[in-house]
Design a protein around this ligand. Structure first.
Ligand SMILES: Cc1ncc(COP(=O)(O)O)c(C=O)c1O
Length: 396
């Protein structure tokens, strides 16, 4: 790929792929005037999402972040409650907990598959909380612990069964942040159906996109209708504009849903392409100091954002230097998100044994992995990385 207007090589990290029925469906919205938050594409997209995930209901939202906000409210999180959440994540789920005026408890990642550490979730609940008369309270703060929000990062599922199991012991709902994980499976079951409620994102960098958008998915029909109510301004009377509580304008538009309907038709092909990209990187990046992206025994990852670890001592330079050198060669890469316990806005939140997140953050580098990535562009990335090993001494 070349950078528009420059003629120089530019391989972006992860950009949308528009090659299906997008034009046709969006044109249909424009031709009929159904452009806003009511329309057949919204209903159709919700049906397709529910079907794809394997849940009873889906409620389309303006973003993954708004989906998370509503999922927290629907599952009973109230002001001043606490919610256990992944520390190594994009900031949105942690912000969403604050939107609900609750407090995040940041739980470390495990170092092998980089997901929230299920053992640490259990340890925190068992050792740091008190469970009496059906109420779970943080011993230190005295606050109610009300939910667990594991984030499946990078397209790879969390080891979620042990989390659901400890959640059941304490009567906590599990809210899956599956925004990066549409189509992945945990022990044969789709992510987003293992907890009580799940959220997806259709932001531009996700495996399918609506430009911006999200969905709440659940098999709890009561929760689904409450989510629909809250995302559409909590209107009690469609004619008289009577609103029973403070709702939100979080509904996806018909134009965005039209894009989504076209994109979701391509999902199997796009997942296949992500897997092919992962295999090619795995085969190509056999060099000391690079750890390719792992896949746990419980997982069928979609390898949404292909990420490696760079070990400075063996590779000859650190991940940040690799990033800069690749940028100079027209290749966009990115480190993982700053762990939440380091974030200026969340660093005062309680964090539970977060050393692995720091270790991973220092080493992780995401490589170009758009669905449209060509094999020759990918080979150029591989060659560029290999050529840097041990200060560029390699002649590969
Ligand atoms: C883990 C995670 N959670 C939540 C979100 C929020 O989704 P959105 O950007 O659609 O609000 C994203 C990404 O964008 C994400 O990566």
């Amino acid at each position: 790929m070349t950078k528009p207007g420059t003629g120089t090589t530019y391989i972006p990290l992860c950009v949308p792929e528009i090659r299906g029925n997008e034009w046709k469906y969006v044109k249909n919205c424009l031709d009929t005037g159904w452009v806003s938050s009511v329309g057949e594409y919204v209903n159709q997209f919700e049906r397709l999402i529910a079907e794809t995930v394997g849940a009873r209901s889906a409620v389309a939202t303006t973003s993954g972040t708004s989906a998370l906000h509503i999922a927290l409210l629907v599952s009973g999180v109230q002001p001043d409650d606490e919610v256990l959440v992944s520390n190594l994540t994009f900031i949105a789920p942690v912000n969403a907990i604050r939107y609900a005026r609750a407090w995040p408890i940041l739980i470390d990642a495990e170092p092998h598959f980089w997901q929230i550490d299920a053992q640490k979730v259990r340890d925190f609940l068992k050792d740091n909380c008190r469970y009496t008369r059906g109420e779970l309270r943080n011993r230190r703060t005295g606050r109610h612990v009300k939910a667990i929000l594991p984030v499946h990062i990078l397209g790879h599922p969390v080891d979620i069964e042990p989390i659901v199991s400890v959640a059941r012991e304490f009567g906590l709902p599990v809210i899956e942040d599956a925004t990066e994980c549409l189509g992945a499976k945990y022990r044969g079951q789709r992510t987003g159906t293992i907890g009580d409620i799940a959220c997806f994102s259709f932001n531009g960098n996700k495996i399918i996109t609506t430009g911006g958008g999200g969905a709440i998915v659940t098999s709890n029909t009561e929760w689904a209708s409450r989510a629909r109510y809250l995302t559409t301004q909590a209107k009690d009377d469609q004619v008289e504009f009577v609103h029973g509580e403070i709702g939100y304008n979080y509904r996806l538009t018909n134009i965005q849903a039209a894009l989504g309907c076209a994109q979701i038709e391509m999902l199997p092909q796009y997942i296949e392409k992500k897997l092919a990209i992962a295999s090619r990187y795995e085969a190509g990046l056999k060099v000391s100091g690079i750890t390719v992206m792992p896949e746990a025994p419980w997982a069928e990852s979609i390898f949404w954002l292909y990420t490696v670890l760079v070990e400075e001592e063996q590779f000859g330079m650190c991940a940040r230097t690799v990033l800069k050198k690749l940028e100079a060669q027209g290749i966009q890469t990115r480190p993982l998100w700053q762990p939440m316990h380091r974030s200026p806005v969340h660093r005062n939140c309680e964090a539970f044994q977060c050393e692995s997140a720091d270790w991973l953050h220092a080493r992780a580098l995401s490589l170009p992995c758009s669905v449209g990535l060509t094999e020759s562009d990918q080979d150029y990335v591989v060659k560029s990385v290999i050529g840097m090993a041990n200060g560029g001494a390699s002649d590969v």
